[in-house]
Ligand binder design. Structure first.
Ligand code: CMP
Length: 140
């Protein structure tokens, strides 16, 4: 195992319900360190670029509309095996399938409004972090 960084988003369904602190507590309890964080409102272009990999999916425009419907909190998380560790803490994409004690089981409303995003690989984490933060904003 190695120390890695992963990219996280606390999504509009969670910021709307004031769950940023609860989710951050669950992240920190899992041993991950929040080394960068900002609350922002994404433009349609930012959301489209971030989710470009899904642009052929039927849910793409709904996802873009949802992700621009309110503030998001973008984060860089650091820790041992951070990519996999965060995916474990998040739980399955569909909250109906998520394990007890995971963020999505405890917080998510639906497969779309699923409270959090986390990178699926170290390579994608680097890309997603680069889209959202400068190196100077990341303080380990
Ligand atoms: P996320 O981890 O941010 O990556 C892509 C997002 O698309 C996913 O979380 C969900 O919010 C959303 N998503 C995935 N599958 C579906 C689906 N079948 N219907 C609606 N939204 C989906």
């Amino acid at each position: 195992m190695a120390v890695q960084r992963t990219f996280s988003i606390i999504k509009p369904d969670a910021t709307r319900r004031n769950l940023t602190g609860k989710i951050n507590s669950m992240i920190e309890a899992a041993g991950l360190r929040i080394v960068a964080q900002k609350r922002v409102k994404w433009s349609e272009d930012q959301a489209k670029e971030f989710y470009a990999v899904h642009k052929e999916r039927p849910f793409y425009m709904d996802l873009v509309n949802f992700m621009t419907s309110g503030p998001v909190v973008v984060q860089v998380l650091e820790g041992e095996d951070a990519v996999a560790a965060y995916r474990t803490v998040m739980g399955a994409t569909n909250p109906a399938d998520a394990d007890a004690g995971t963020i999505r089981k405890e917080c998510a409303e639906s497969i779309e409004a699923n409270s959090v995003h986390g990178s699926d690989s170290v390579e994608n984490a680097a890309i997603e972090i680069g889209q959202n933060f400068s190196e100077a904003e990341i303080v380990g």
